[in-house]
Write a protein that binds this ligand. Structure first.
Ligand SMILES: Nc1ncnc2c1ncn2[C@@H]1O[C@H](COP(=O)(O)OP(=O)(O)OP(=O)(O)O)[C@@H](O)[C@H]1O
Ligand SMILES: [Mg+2]
Length: 239
């Protein structure tokens, strides 16, 4: 059997429309991720990272090009089938945690299992197991505001894991955290990756990107090699 990439993007483009004005953001993105990889997508603000993440996460559709997950073509799927694929295969982690403020850490982690119609007893057991995995079993009853930023992000990771996705997609997961706390989150990602979960992490931060086993560089909606990227970045006066 021919080897298949887990994620495969070929010539993906995306243009936003604001009234009559067209705003092209992705200009033919081609790259793939194999099962079990930990890949970071590194690029400056406005380069199209979140736009790309939305497409990879089946939250938005490309205008052109093809995108496949496993053997499944995402391009052309209905909203409903995209949602199914997303709920089954992908766990999301965001910069701003996005926990519900009025319910406990445990209840936040249980939430995706309500949508998946898992019985309550199992929901509790599975959510507790994920909280334990990120080292927060003793904080299950805390509300988000009774947790530190790093702890809130660990709850968000537990929530992403509770449906047992094959892929974790993270957009600037350490963006709201200090370096030390960010490094702890990266250690959790590494451990998850060692357990076989594929991770795609978006960041503008070289140091954060370097935790991944491979870095994909994006600038103005195009993918570049590390060498090209470094040259373009220094030409732009970046660091
Ligand atoms: N819904 C939208 N409508 C119009 N333009 C948009 C929309 N979303 C993003 N853009 C524009 O597309 C470009 C890329 O945005 P995107 O959010 O993908 O960048 P990014 O690399 O994630 O940046 P950051 O590091 O600041 O999060 C930006 O110039 C942005 O203004
Ligand atoms: Mg972004």
């Amino acid at each position: 059997m021919q080897a298949t990439h887990l994620l495969d993007l070929q010539n993906v483009t995306k243009t936003y429309h604001m009234g009559d004005v067209e705003f092209p953001v992705l200009h033919g993105i081609t790259f793939s991720v194999d099962a079990g990889e930990f890949v970071s997508v590194l690029g400056p603000s406005g380069s199209g990272k979140s736009t790309l993440m939305n497409i990879i996460g089946c939250l938005d559709v490309a205008d052109d090009g093809t995108y496949t997950i496993g053997r499944r073509a995402v391009t052309g799927l209905s909203e409903r089938d995209m949602a199914k694929l997303r709920n089954r295969d992908i766990g999301f982690v965001f910069q701003s945690f996005q926990l519900l403020p009025r319910i406990s850490a445990l209840e936040n982690v249980m939430l995706p299992l309500i949508y998946a119609k898992v019985p309550r007893k199992q929901r509790i057991a599975r959510a507790m197991a994920e909280l334990a995995r990120v080292g927060l079993a003793d904080k299950a009853d805390n509300l988000p505001r009774q947790l530190s930023g790093g702890q809130q992000q660990r709850v968000a990771i537990a929530r992403a894991l509770v449906t047992r996705p094959r892929i974790i997609l993270a957009d600037e997961p350490t963006g709201a955290l200090d370096r030390t706390t960010g490094a702890q989150i990266m250690d959790i990602f590494r451990a998850l990756n060692e357990e076989g979960i594929t991770i795609v992490m978006i960041t503008h931060d070289h140091k954060v990107a370097s935790y991944a086993s491979r870095v994909v560089h994006i600038l103005d909606g195009r993918i570049y090699s590390a060498e090209e990227y470094a040259a373009l970045e220094s030409a732009e006066g970046g660091t």
